[in-house]
Design a protein around this ligand. Sequence first.
Ligand SMILES: Cc1cc2nc3c(=O)[nH]c(=O)nc-3n(C[C@H](O)[C@H](O)[C@H](O)COP(=O)(O)OP(=O)(O)OC[C@H]3O[C@@H](n4cnc5c(N)ncnc54)[C@H](O)[C@@H]3O)c2cc1C
Length: 483
Amino acid sequence: MTTIVWFRHDLRLADNPALLAACRRGGAVIPLFILDAVEPLGGAARWWLHQSLESLGRDCARLGAPLILRRGAPTDVLDQVIAETKADAVYWNRCYEPLRIARDSAIKTNLVSRHIDVQSFNGALLAEPWTVTTMTGNHYKVFTPYWRTLLGHAPFAAPVPAPASLPPAPSPLPSDMLAAWALEPASPDWAQGLRATWVAGEGAAALRLADFLDTDVADYPTARDRMDKDATSRLAPHLHWGEISPRQIWQAASMKADADPAAAQGVAAFQRQLGWRDFSAYLLFHWPHMATRAWKEEYENFPWQNNETHFRRWTKGETGYPVIDAAMRCLWETGTMHNRARMLVASFLIKHLLIDWRRGAEWFEDTLVDADVANNRAGWQWVAGSGADASPYFRIFNPVLQGEKFDPAGTFTRRWVPELAGLDDRFLHKPWCAPARALSEAGIRLGETYPMPLTDHDAARARALGALASMKKNQSTDELEDV
Ligand SMILES: Cc1cc2nc3c(=O)[nH]c(=O)nc-3n(C[C@H](O)[C@H](O)[C@H](O)COP(=O)(O)OP(=O)(O)OC[C@H]3O[C@@H](n4cnc5c(N)ncnc54)[C@H](O)[C@@H]3O)c2cc1C
């Protein structure tokens, strides 16, 4: 007996149900990763994948079977490896994005028709999308009732351990060299910031979780919105690539709460975020159009302006709003951005600049190490007001007030916008309001060393609300908020 374990977004050995089932089946186990030529991967994601495969390759080899790397259409590659190894089974952990579901279903039908044992497992979610329904069997559109029902599924299945060994194929199989895939940038090598920020792989993910639970989780409810603090888990890329499973995180966090009651509230708030992650996958599964079109159809008629110069300045962190620029430059350098900052820059692009949320989502998908179709598209549509359970469009973040509230001493902004570092706290988030003397003492010449704002907040807000009103003729202006 020979079982191929097709690794995808589950680049780990522990709590990997497909891998464990293959080992329990007996016979040889062939760990296989396929670089799908047609699946788009952003630059930062490619960099992460290289590191993660290197780590998984080491771990597989340690247990006895090398990780086989192949490039091509998964259906062709699986056929080749089945022919080379006479494998009689193919196991994998399920993916939930529409294109991957279609691909996997077609592959399964084909293999089963050839009497290959195909089995798939849940290695990525707390609860799979079809298991969470309303009393009447419908799908939730709002998070809170979804979350209550999801909690009803707890305790979630306990994580399963890594196998003790991986029995290899009797004779060695050809494998691509990871370096030949050129996932890492070469010239120019723009990945120094990623290397300085991250360590990918299953071992690093476990250490990250342990560190977060030891030091930060207790303060998570109060500190998680602060852009100047390192108060969140930073597990998103590890979760996206499946270097750690949500069940492992859930269980470790629950054990922390049991051992340390002072951390219980923080653990609950943190676990709720895992609920949002499951909810995003749930929404995409039940409403696949969410990846490309507004979840609320009427938003497809929104009058976008899509000014290219404005878009470019947003990507480069040259909007003239310090907190927005800090967040965009941080993204470029480190491949990540704080959740609050993601909301602010998304709101700025959509509402201040009237640029289609899809442009922003694509930029995030190219630059984030945790770029994830479900979380990203749900996040953008949440901000745009077009998503399920979304923030209303008329709630327009004020980048000055938000900067003052969530980066009060300006530590985050000064780090990423050093040309403003010398400016007094009172003006840091609105340098155009600073007296000439404060600017010159800080060495700032607005419009030269740091840009003037791309747009005036009040005017942009009025224009955004006008655009919304033109889409929804009877929008009530009583509901306007400046937050
Ligand atoms: C416009 C926009 C785009 C986003 N794009 C992505 C993306 O591509 N990939 C991604 O993983 N997250 C995305 N998010 C959600 C969120 O910003 C990140 O998951 C979070 O910042 C990651 O940091 P962390 O791991 O320290 O999170 P923590 O606060 O420690 O949360 C723990 C985990 O919960 C999950 N999570 C947290 N917040 C959310 C959320 N709002 N929605 C769904 N899951 C959540 C993540 O897996 C995260 O790692 C986006 C949010 C917005 C507003």
